[in-house]
Each structure stands twice: as structure tokens, then as C-alpha cells.
Ligand binder design. Structure first.
Ligand SMILES: *[C@@H]1O[C@H](CO)[C@@H](O)[C@H](O)[C@H]1NC(C)=O
Ligand SMILES: *[C@@H]1O[C@H](CO)[C@@H](O)[C@H](O)[C@H]1NC(C)=O
Ligand SMILES: *[C@@H]1O[C@H](CO)[C@@H](O)[C@H](O)[C@H]1NC(C)=O
Length: 192
């Protein structure tokens, strides 16, 4: 991240505090079939419903993908790497890596970034099958501001519209988008 981006991020996060709602983090059920082996590997992000504070960190991101790597096929810690491109499919990739720390509940992790003072995010895989997954993460900061995000993930760079709608509805029905944030599709076209 260059200095301009860092400043922009700080400004946007500060502004998002102004609209703080009384939303709290939810503790959804994780996918009953969750095992690490199902989540491991490469995912394309199809879209997300994300509060402004979290969205600031991904400003302009497109072509978002993630890779989950773990030595534990059933349950345990792993690392997750994120790559996106900012404002253009031809832009240089931007990386972020984090650790997913097993909480003992299959599919529920604390996501920890290796930055000083970074806050562990509550991280839940709430749905998973061979082709797709839904992940919810959330944090309430020291000022009581809650930021959350619902991510729709696919093993391929596209997803059937009806499947995407059903996955989103599942998250909505669990009450994971209390602020009614509009779903924001991620551009994958032209990336691969
Ligand atoms: C949040 O709760 C506080 C205390 O109950 C209340 O004063 C405030 O208006 C609420 N804010 C919003 C955005 O609902
Ligand atoms: C992030 O993780 C990826 C995939 O595991 C790895 O190739 C890359 O070197 C890591 N980057 C950093 C900065 O740790
Ligand atoms: C998982 O990661 C946490 C935090 O780094 C660590 O305390 C714990 O020992 C790890 N668990 C295993 C089984 O390695």
C-alpha cells in the first residue's frame, strides 16, 4: 500500500465511525458439513455485503481471490492469502495474508493479520459445498463500531445467478446483514 492509499483508508475509516449504528456482531451457525479440506484451496470472490469501515480496506479491488492453506484436513489452523487488483484487471496485484486460528468450533476462526495492533476478526464459514461458500466476518472496535462483511465465494470465476441469490438469502435469513448493506458484485471479468 502506498502512502496515498494508507491516508485514504484512515480517512474513510474515520468517516465510517460517524454513521455508527448499534449493530453488533452475530454468532451464526457454521456450515454443518465444514471440514478444512472443503475450504482449502482457491476461491474467487463473487461479491460482498460490507459495512463502510471494512470496505475501505478493499477500495477499488477487483479480481479478488483467496487461498486457504492448512496442514489439517479436518479442523485446525491455516493461513489465508488474499489477492486483488485495484481499479483495473491489469493493475499489479495487491496481497494480504492472514492466519485463521481454529476456535474449536468447526468453520469458526479468528482471522489474525500479522500487522502490529491488528484486531482478530471473528470469521465464520456459514455455508460450503463443492462449488461455493459463504463467509461472514465481523469485529466491534474499541469505539463500539461494528464492521461486518458477508462474502460469496466460488471455485470458478462465475456463479449461476440463482445460486448466488440463494446463498445471499441464506446469510440475510441468518440476520447477518442488519444494516441492509447492498450486495456489491466483484468484477472477475477480464481478470483471468
Ligand atoms: C445507539 O444506542 C444509543 C443508546 O441506546 C442511542 O442513544 C443511539 O441513538 C443509538 N444509535 C443508533 C444509530 O441507533
Ligand atoms: C502470502 O501467501 C502466499 C500464498 O501462500 C505466498 O505465496 C506469499 O508469499 C505470501 N505473502 C506474504 C507477504 O507473506
Ligand atoms: C493455532 O494458532 C494459535 C495462535 O497462533 C496457537 O496458539 C495454537 O497453538 C495453534 N494451534 C496449533 C494446533 O498449532
Amino acid at each position: 500500500m502506498n502512502v496515498g492509499w494508507k491516508l485514504m483508508t484512515v480517512v474513510v475509516i474515520a468517516m465510517s465511525g460517524v454513521q455508527a449504528s448499534n449493530t453488533t456482531c452475530r454468532t451464526p451457525p457454521t456450515a454443518p458439513n465444514y471440514v478444512n479440506a472443503l475450504y482449502e484451496g482457491h476461491w474467487f470472490e463473487m461479491g460482498r455485503s460490507q459495512t463502510p469501515g471494512g470496505a475501505a480496506l478493499q477500495v477499488g479491488c477487483m479480481c479478488d481471490v483467496s487461498d486457504f492453506v492448512t496442514d489439517e484436513p479436518v479442523q485446525g489452523n491455516g493461513t489465508i492469502s488474499y489477492v486483488c487488483r485495484r481499479f483495473s484487471p491489469q493493475a499489479d496485484p495487491v496481497f494480504a495474508n492472514a492466519t485463521l486460528v481454529d476456535t474449536g468450533n468447526p468453520g469458526e476462526f479468528k482471522q489474525v493479520y500479522p500487522y502490529p495492533n491488528s484486531r482478530p476478526l471473528n470469521y465464520y464459514v456459514i455455508y460450503i459445498d463443492e462449488d461455493s461458500a459463504v463467509e461472514y466476518d465481523c469485529d466491534t472496535n474499541d469505539n463500539g463500531v461494528t464492521n461486518y462483511c458477508v462474502h460469496i465465494l466460488s471455485r470458478t470465476a462465475t456463479i449461476a445467478a440463482d445460486k448466488e441469490a440463494a446463498l445471499l438469502q441464506y446469510a440475510e435469513d441468518l440476520g447477518l446483514n442488519p444494516d441492509g448493506i447492498e450486495y456489491n458484485p466483484v468484477q472477475q471479468e477480464g481478470c483471468w
